[in-house]
Design a protein around this ligand. Structure first.
Ligand code: CA
Length: 270
C-alpha cells in the first residue's frame, strides 16, 4: 500500500485518483469484451438442436450453449426431433439416447440414411466401450458420457464445427447460389456474399429445400426460435430483403411467393 501512495505522489495523483482510473479501465475493458461478444453472437447465431428429455438437463445445457453464443432449439422425443430435423437448419445436434418414445439412435440412423452429415454429439448415460463403438458406427461424430462438464460439451461442439473436410461436402446449392452451414457463408458464383444473420438463416432454410415450397409457418418457427416474439410482418420483411440481396448479387434463383402457402427458392423468372 505505501508503494502505491508513493507512486501516486510521484505522478501527481492521489490514491483515490489512481483507484478511480483503475476502476474506469476495468469497466471499459468489460464493455469492450461484452460488445465484441454481442457482435459475434448476432453475426453467427449458429443453431443447435438439443434432443434430451430430462427437463433440468435441458435447462442447464440450453443455458450453457446460449452463453457460448449458440441458438438452441430443444426436443424431448424422437417424433418431435424428426419434425425439427426436416428443416436441415442445424449446425450440429446434441442427442440423448434414452428418449420416452424410442431410442435416439433411430434419429441418428435416419439422418445418415438420407445423407445428412450434420455433426451429432451423442450424450448418454451408457458409457461402455461397446455402447460407444455402436454409437459411432451408427454415425455419431462424438460421444460424451453423463455426467459431464458443460465446458467439455461446448468445447467438443466447437471441435465438431471446426472439423476439416466438412466444408465441401456440406455446401448446399441452388442455381449459382451456395450456402455453407458450418462457416455461415453465402456464395453467388463462388464469390462470398455478405448477408445479415436472419437473411442467412432464411437462405439456409430455403436452400435446404430448394425447388420445394416451405410454408410460412415453418419459416416462422425455424427463423425465430421457440421463445421469440415475432412482429406480424417480420417474415415478409426478411423475405423482401433477401430477395433483393439475391437479385443484387446476380443470383440465378429467386424467392417465389406461393400465395397463401409460403415460399419457394427456384429459378428466376426473367
Ligand atoms: Ca434421457
Amino acid at each position: 500500500m505505501p508503494t502505491i501512495v508513493s507512486e501516486g505522489r510521484h505522478s501527481g495523483l492521489s490514491l483515490q485518483e489512481t483507484d478511480a482510473r483503475a476502476v474506469c479501465v476495468i469497466i471499459w475493458r468489460v464493455v469492450i469484451i461484452w460488445r465484441v461478444r454481442q457482435r459475434s453472437i448476432t453475426r453467427f447465431p449458429m443453431r443447435l438442436l438439443l434432443i434430451e428429455d430430462n427437463v433440468s438437463l435441458v435447462q442447464l445445457i440450453s443455458k450453457g450453449l446460449a452463453n457460448a453464443g449458440f441458438e438452441v432449439d430443444t426436443s424431448a422425443t424422437v417424433a418431435d426431433s424428426f419434425d425439427l430435423l426436416a428443416s436441415g437448419v442445424y449446425a450440429a445436434i446434441v442427442l440423448d439416447l434414452g428418449l420416452p418414445d424410442g431410442d435416439g439412435t433411430a434419429v441418428l440412423r435416419s439422418l445418415r440414411a438420407r445423407g445428412d452429415s450434420t455433426p451429432v454429439l451423442v450424450l448418454t448415460a451408457r458409457g461402455t466401450l461397446q455402447d460407444r463403438v455402436t454409437g459411432l458406427h451408427d454415425g455419431a461424430d462424438d460421444y460424451l458420457v453423463k455426467p459431464f462438464a458443460l465446458e467439455e460439451l461446448v468445447a467438443r461442439i466447437h471441435a465438431l464445427l471446426r472439423r476439416p473436410g466438412d466444408f465441401l461436402g456440406r455446401l448446399r446449392r441452388a442455381g449459382n447460389v451456395a450456402f455453407d452451414p458450418v462457416g455461415r457463408q453465402a456464395y453467388v458464383d463462388d464469390v462470398p456474399q455478405s448477408l445479415s444473420a436472419r437473411e442467412m438463416a432464411l437462405l439456409e432454410l430455403l436452400i435446404g429445400r430448394a425447388g420445394r415450397v416451405v410454408t410460412k409457418a415453418y419459416v416462422e418457427e425455424h427463423l425465430f426460435g421457440q421463445a421469440e416474439e415475432i412482429r406480424s410482418n417480420a417474415i415478409e420483411v426478411y423475405v423482401h430483403r433477401l430477395r433483393k440481396q439475391l437479385a443484387d448479387f446476380g443470383a440465378s434463383v429467386e424467392i417465389h411467393t406461393v400465395r397463401g402457402v409460403g415460399y419457394l427458392l427456384a429459378e428466376a423468372r426473367s
